[in-house]
Design a protein around this ligand. Structure first.
Ligand SMILES: [Zn+2]
Length: 216
């Protein structure tokens, strides 16, 4: 069976089993409107699938997936011709769906972050890329002191960069006025997650300790 046929066969199984008797009642409600309590910002990476990772059902996660799970800062004065897909999804989730949690989930071995780490080797004259200006949003995450460059391995610097980038995105979330207001009113909580693909371990950012802690 080729890859595409496997998808169709997977769909048939989903229709027959998942949408069978046990979810009949749920379908009636979901057919009218969605009511997720959680928005997740995750990477497009095929190995980091939020619904599979959290065993979530249809209707539970309002998803944004983009390169390197980046949240841009709030920009009010954007002109015609600029596109803010991620910001539009945040607005919809907070103002219309009233989600109670927003989780930004980064991961190990992120291609977007790797492109940021390799930036010094990229020739500026190369043709236009959508990825480079997008990754510029979290560029600060890839800045290391000369001491760090000498004492830390390339691998640990990349890991630190991946985690810092999640926190920059979390910070950018707070720059959206309606996100800030909802947090102040106690209606919304923000979370930072980091998924290590090789071990399958998930870490959660502890705001008090200012570090990621493994979820056990
Ligand atoms: Zn990624």
């Amino acid at each position: 069976m080729d890859v595409y046929e496997r998808l169709i066969s997977g769909y048939r199984e989903f229709k027959a089993n998942y949408l069978g008797e046990e979810n009949r009642e749920w379908l009636k409600v979901a057919g009218v409107r969605q009511d997720p309590k959680v928005m997740m910002v995750a990477c497009s990476d095929s190995r980091v699938h939020p619904a599979i990772l959290t065993r979530s059902a249809l209707g539970e996660l309002f998803m944004i997936r983009n390169v390197a799970n980046v949240v841009p800062p709030f920009e009010k004065d954007h002109g015609e011709g600029t596109y803010h897909g991620t910001s539009a999804a945040i607005e919809f989730a907070v103002n219309h769906l009233h989600v109670e949690h927003i989780i930004v989930m980064g991961h190990s071995g992120c291609g977007g972050i790797q492109s940021l780490m390799d930036q010094s080797t990229v020739d500026d004259a190369q043709e236009f890329s959508f990825i480079r200006p997008w990754m510029k949003i979290v560029e600060q995450a890839s800045e290391f002191t000369e001491h760090e460059k000498v004492t830390m391995s390339q691998q640990s610097r990349t890991c630190v960069c991946e985690k810092r980038a999640i926190l920059i995105s979390l910070n950018n979330l707070v720059s959206f006025p309606w996100v800030r207001d909802s947090i102040k009113e106690g209606k919304l909580k923000l979370h930072a997650w980091y998924f290590d693909i090789k071990s399958g371990n998930l870490s959660e950012y502890n705001l008090t300790k200012e570090e990621f802690e493994e979820v056990t």
